[in-house]
Design a protein around this ligand. Structure first.
Ligand SMILES: [Zn+2]
Length: 101
């Protein structure tokens, strides 16, 4: 087996949820690399996004947690790259992306 031929790990999931749309208004999905909501500008997931996500993933809590664990990884990468000084604490990001779900 040639280890150099193995596929490279992919990045985490594409942040396309919540998929709910209201007319032509922007969805409550994150703008990367700052992870701010494109609809309301709040740190993502904003309150509206959390409500929509809980509805969208109702009965599939494990899927929601797996999705957000992947986004947590992506957000850590983006936010630490943008702010290597470390004003973003890992436990804060974990609470923001995973614990609430
Ligand atoms: Zn929002």
């Amino acid at each position: 087996m040639n280890l150099h031929q193995l596929p490279q790990p992919r990045l985490g999931p594409y942040p396309e949820h919540p998929q709910h749309r209201t007319g032509d208004r922007p969805p409550h999905t994150p703008l990367r690399p700052r992870w701010a909501c494109r609809a309301c500008g709040q740190p993502w997931p904003c309150g509206e996004a959390r409500l929509l996500l809980k509805t969208e993933f109702e009965g599939r809590k494990s899927s929601l947690l797996i999705y957000f664990s992947g986004l947590f990884y992506e957000a850590m990468h983006d936010l630490y790259y943008l702010n290597p000084g470390g004003q973003v604490e890992p436990h804060e990001l974990f609470d923001r992306f995973v614990s609430w779900a």
